[in-house]
Design a protein around this ligand. Sequence first.
Ligand SMILES: Nc1ncnc2c1ncn2[C@@H]1O[C@H](COP(=O)(O)OP(=O)(O)O)[C@@H](O)[C@H]1O
Ligand SMILES: [Mg+2]
Length: 293
Amino acid sequence: MNATASEMLLVNEPPPPPPPAEPVAADPVPAGIETVGRITVDQPRMTSRNVSVMYGDKMGIEDVNLDIGKNEVLAMIGPSGCGKSTFLRCLNRMNDTVDVCRVTGTIRLDGEDVHDPRLDVVQLRARVGMVFQKPNPFPKSIYDNVAYGPRIHGLAEGRRETDAIVQRSLEKAGLWNEVRDRLEQPGTGLSGGQQQRLCIARAIAVSPEVILMDEPCSALDPIATARIEELIDELRENYTIVIVTHSMQQAARVSQRTAYFHLGRLIEVGETSQIFTNPRHDLTEDYITGRFG
Ligand SMILES: Nc1ncnc2c1ncn2[C@@H]1O[C@H](COP(=O)(O)OP(=O)(O)O)[C@@H](O)[C@H]1O
Ligand SMILES: [Mg+2]
């Protein structure tokens, strides 16, 4: 090989190959992935931008960007551990109660930053109410379960006003007719489905704008589940609802938009019918066709 050729070879030498990547747990999502679909809505009630959550040095969710619209039901689906509850808890700062948890990014409710130090977090949790997987009525009467919030928030003066709020909230939660004659009995004595509707009434009683529901039917039988699903559809008229569900049928029945999470990332979001009939991301398709999850 003459000098010129070897010089040329040197000049054209490809860069050394990168060191082999550390073996990591299978992560089919390439780094820096963008969410597929439209993350914005025309009339956002809440917005999240670049929201990430760390539990110590472990990632909970990464860089989630998503709007939640007025009067819509948004379903969040995805395999267990993919960050659905973590994201939900960001929306009313319930993650503040988890010691090791650190939330970054911006979340707004009606344009207001929920992390603004001037914002009262108790007030925030009234505006963004929450219903949990397992119904958790207070060990109090049915009446007091619903009256509790309005009392501590000073929303009701005197018995008559409180009575009215309790009745209205129970009516909206579709429970009034079943409990009107036993308001003084303990909430914990109701059936599971009734308890969950009581918890919804409790959330409604403080006039929230948004109601977060984390797998609200997974402890209920099919009839109680159907009742809650009907209720969600009625509540949409007045509230924005974000529901985490492991049931794709439920997401399809109750929501207008669906967000698919995978390993802490928001993979795809879109109209519910599109997500279930014509998913655009392979991971969404694999999940909804039952290939994993
Ligand atoms: N309190 C916590 N402490 C540490 N890690 C947590 C905590 N809560 C959730 N995680 C982790 O964050 C990730 C997302 O969990 P989660 O939001 O509960 O998922 P999902 O609701 O989709 O099942 C998981 O890896 C989970 O182990
Ligand atoms: Mg969860």
